[in-house]
Unconditional design. Sequence first.
Length: 161
Amino acid sequence: MTNEQLQQWVERVSLASFGRPFLHKATFNSRLRTTGGRYFMKSHNIEISPHQLEVHGEAETESIIKHELCHYHLHIQRRGYQHRDADFKALLKQVGATRHCRALPGASRTLPVKYWLVCQACGMEYPRKRKVDPRKYACGRCRGKLKLLQARETVEQTMPR
């Protein structure tokens, strides 16, 4: 499917489901892996992941298009267009769009845990993806001092043989 075909599809869905025209640009973005699509507030354009169309088909992609059009139409009308807003949730339900897209096979949404903050007083552990300065934080349970440790698999990988 080309960007022109996607543009026509989005315009058709907008008129059929929302009764309003889509007056901006819709394109595919093959770099989108963990999200099905996105709406740009400044330009009012929409990007859709072509991988969703390939893996999950037209029905799932149309649901993603409806989701992004909910953001679009609510933002244009100056109503609550964010995921947490009641207007957004109600419009999603009305047009039959999903709140989250299905995950692509092999697309990881989380980074591996590389560090642990461990409380020296009570032993509470906090997994971390990024390295932080433990002096800036305290234990949430007992307010004790924290110590930064690397995850075991990371330590084994960096040790010389």
